[in-house]
Design a protein. Structure first.
Length: 344
């Protein structure tokens, strides 16, 4: 027997069930056993509800999953029809999860994550095999991922690391959607990452990447062993685009720097910023990671500011973070970062 609801045919539902934790767990695994119709809840619908819970709105959940908001609403409506209970309540211009929805998310998450683990992971948890898709910002690809791929080829021949050069916001979105398995991320100084950060991801700090001031070899401060950012406030600067956290971090060290940076040369690539210094046109600040060999006409001076570093983070989905592959990859990335530091 089937019941017509909201323009679609769904397997028969018990009349006005009382939604409890036990019932939700039972229906997730053995949906409609009472009528023997074999209907099973679509894990995609559970993932849609999880995304609303994690990101706070249908619109944001749709963005992260790569769906349209009506697609997400349709999946949640299917769950509401099956359990015959509301899962979302409208509050102002947003939505909140009902107690039944919160129970469904808590019970459904390990099952959905388990399916993902089964799809992606090797058959034995103690094996470091398979494919790991890693997104990283450009200097991390150069300084961390390439050495790690070389190391993995020798140590774990059954593991293939696929690198993707991609900036933070897009990378974290791809990780939340499941199109990446790991993301290498950065933040400036003592600040926490300020890009879009899905709450469902797990972040681990791998280490730090020290920052140096680059000045022309003819600069009055070129002979110094260390200097503070504020000592360069009267110089012409070259920085990455103004919306980048890099420029905001520099400006935070002295009010005079804020005015100076308003007239700075802008370039997206560190190689271009270095070229401005080589030409004697500007000074800049560059991380050591993936920097390469500097021209003879450029002097790198360590900064004395206590927050003159980038923190390097590894993001994983919780289900991936528990795997042997993730542990081995994190160890190799940490080793590559330490090697970069010792080579400077």
């Amino acid at each position: 027997m089937r019941v017509r609801r909201a323009g679609s045919w769904f397997p028969c539902l018990p009349p006005k069930p009382i939604v409890s934790t036990d019932m939700l767990q039972h229906q997730l695994v053995f949906a409609c056993q009472s009528c023997n119709c074999g209907f099973m809840i679509d894990p995609v619908s559970i993932r849609a509800l999880m995304a609303v819970a994690d990101h706070g709105s249908v619109v944001e959940a749709a963005r992260v999953l790569g769906y349209t908001p009506p697609n997400v609403s349709q999946h949640i409506r299917k769950l509401e029809l099956h359990f015959d209970t509301p899962l979302l309540e409208r509050v102002g211009r947003g939505v909140v999860l009902t107690p039944a929805a919160m129970t469904l998310v808590s019970r459904g998450r390990p099952l959905v994550d388990g399916l993902e683990q089964l799809r992606r992971a090797p058959l034995h948890d103690d094996e470091v095999t398979g494919v790991l898709r890693v997104g990283a910002f450009p200097t991390a690809v150069c300084g961390l991922l390439i050495p790690t791929i070389t190391r993995a080829a020798a140590k774990y021949p059954q593991l293939r690391i696929e690198p993707y050069e991609i900036e933070a916001d897009a990378a974290l979105t791809a990780l939340a959607r499941g199109t990446l398995d790991a993301v290498i991320h950065k933040s400036w100084g003592a600040n926490e990452p300020d890009e879009f950060e899905p709450r469902a991801l797990r972040r681990t700090e791998i280490g730090t990447d020290q920052l140096d001031a680059l000045v022309p070899s003819t600069h009055p401060l070129a002979g110094r062993d260390r200097l503070f950012l504020r000592e360069l406030a009267s110089d012409q600067w070259a920085i990455s685009p103004v919306h980048d956290p890099y420029g905001r971090w520099i400006a935070s060290h002295d009010p005079a720097l804020l005015s100076t940076l308003g007239h700075a040369f802008e370039a997206a690539e560190f190689q271009t910023l270095t070229r401005y210094v080589e030409a004697g046109l500007a000074v800049t600040v560059i991380p050591r990671l993936g920097r390469g060999v500097l021209p003879d006409s450029v002097r790198a001076i360590p900064l004395a500011d206590p927050d003159a570093y980038r923190k390097i983070h590894l993001y994983l989905r919780p289900i991936t973070a528990r795997s042997q592959v993730a542990g081995a990859f994190a160890a190799m990335i940490g080793e590559a970062l330490r090697n970069e530091e010792s080579s400077d």
